[in-house]
Design a protein around this ligand. Structure first.
Ligand SMILES: [Zn+2]
Length: 150
């Protein structure tokens, strides 16, 4: 690999920064906003600034489903543990607020959190599998030129 080719394959940012950007629905690679031009759930094919393609391979977003499922089911589990904890100290604790909250979290949570799960999964994937030379070159072809605000 020549020096110029290795220079194009940049080291990804630290995982904490990638995740922080992903948790805010930003591009994990460059931190750009505007990744959802087609509505709340409509992730763009590429980052409008750095040009990285989000769906890096077929079935890529299966990881986002796993992240989404884990977070939402984790929230339901927290509700359950809180209820059990309260029930241990106060046997007359009403169950229906927890069931209602569980239904809301279980039904709306996956829809509301999915865009975040997509960017978080992209962050995790970028940290585990940094862009290779071809992906870096492809992203550069679709990147917005410096100084141009997308
Ligand atoms: Zn980007």
């Amino acid at each position: 690999m020549s020096v110029s080719a290795s220079a194009r394959v940049s080291k990804p940012p630290p995982i904490a920064l990638l995740l922080w950007r992903g948790l805010r629905r930003r591009c994990p690679r460059c931190g750009s906003r505007g990744l959802f031009p087609h509505g709340y759930l409509g992730l763009a094919e590429r980052c409008p600034r750095c040009g990285v393609k989000f769906e890096r391979e077929e079935g890529f977003f299966l990881g986002a489903y796993v992240v989404n499922f884990g977070v939402c089911e984790g929230l339901v589990a927290v509700l359950l543990f809180v209820y059990i904890g309260l029930l241990a100290g106060h046997p007359d604790t009403s169950w229906w607020p927890f069931v209602a909250a569980g239904l809301v979290v279980g039904l709306l949570g996956p829809v509301l959190f999915y865009p975040f799960a997509q960017t978080v999964w992209t962050a995790i994937h970028l940290s585990l599998h940094p862009l290779d030379r071809a992906e870096t070159d492809d992203a550069a072809l679709h990147a917005t030129p410096p100084g141009h605000i997308p």
